[in-house]
Design a protein around this ligand. Structure first.
Ligand code: TYD
Length: 217
C-alpha cells in the first residue's frame, strides 16, 4: 500500500552515485545490495532509486556489448567514440532528466572507465586526456564516487571461475593497466572500498554514506 507520504520526492535534489572498478571487482552485485540496504533503512526511497549502467541497454550500448562478446578488434579511437556516444545518450535521456526529477541514481561505470580502459600512456590520448575531454563535454560529475578496489590478479581469478567465455578486455596485463590508470585519474574525493571485504558489509558502509548525503541536503 502506498500512502501519500510514500509518493513524491524524498530527496531535496538529485543524487548521482557512481561506482567504478576493474572487471571482477564485484560492482554489479554490490550495487544491487546497496539498493536493498538503502530500502531496508529507508523504505520511502523505493520510488526514488534508479539503477543505470554503461554500456547501456540502448542502441549504442547493445552494439558495444556485441563487439565485446565477439572479441572484436576495433581501433582504440573507435572504442572511445562508441563509449562516448553511449554515454552522451545516457546523460541526455536518463541522467540529467532523472537528477532533475530528484532521483537517487546508482550508476554502474561512467567516464572514469573510458579514461582507465581506453587511455594509453604510450600513445595519446592518455587516461588524463580522456577524463578532461569528458568534463569538457559537460557530462555531470558524480555527487559521490566509489571505487571498488581489488588487486587485478584476484579480480581475474574471480572472472575466470565464473565465466565460460572471456570478453575482449579480460587478460591480466590489461587489467593491470586499467587498474593503474584508475589510480592515476580518480579524484581526491573518490571513496575507496576494499573489495576483498564481505560484500554485505561494504554495501552497508556505502548505504550509510549515501543516507548521510541525503540527510545533508
Ligand atoms: P561491464 O558491463 O561493467 O562488464 P560486465 O559485462 O562484466 O558486467 O562492462 C563491460 C566492459 O566494457 C568492461 O570490460 C569494461 C568495458 N568498458 C570500457 O572499456 N570503457 C568504458 O567506457 C566502459 C563504460 C566500459
Amino acid at each position: 500500500m502506498e500512502g501519500p507520504e510514500q509518493s513524491g520526492n524524498v530527496l531535496k535534489e538529485g543524487l548521482f552515485c557512481v561506482f567504478e572498478g576493474i572487471d571482477g571487482s564485484g560492482k554489479t552485485t554490490l550495487i544491487q545490495k546497496v539498493r536493498e540496504e538503502l530500502l531496508n533503512q529507508m523504505p520511502e526511497l523505493s520510488d526514488s532509486i534508479l539503477l543505470l549502467r554503461e554500456p547501456t541497454s540502448g542502441k549504442t550500448g547493445q552494439k558495444i556489448r556485441a563487439f565485446l562478446q565477439a572479441g572484436n578488434n576495433l581501433q582504440r579511437s573507435e572504442w572511445i567514440d562508441l563509449f562516448m556516444l553511449d554515454r552522451e545518450e545516457n546523460v541526455n535521456s536518463s541522467i540529467k532528466p532523472e537528477l532533475k526529477n530528484k532521483k537517487l541514481i546508482l550508476q554502474d561505470r561512467y567516464f572514469y572507465s573510458t579514461a582507465a580502459y581506453q587511455g594509453d600512456e604510450t600513445e595519446p590520448p592518455g587516461a588524463q586526456e580522456i577524463l578532461e575531454e569528458s568534463l569538457k563535454r559537460g557530462f555531470p560529475e558524480p555527487s559521490l564516487l566509489f571505487f571498488l578496489d581489488i588487486p587485478p590478479e584476484v579480480a581475474l581469478e574471480r572472472i575466470t571461475k565464473s565465466r565460460e567465455q572471456m570478453e575482449s578486455f579480460e587478460t591480466l596485463a590489461q587489467q593491470e593497466k586499467f587498474y593503474k590508470n584508475f589510480l592515476r585519474i580518480l579524484p581526491e574525493e573518490c571513496i575507496f572500498l576494499d573489495a576483498m571485504e564481505n560484500s554485505d558489509e561494504i554495501a552497508f558502509e556505502i548505504s550509510k554514506i549515501i543516507l548521510g548525503a541525503i540527510e545533508d541536503q
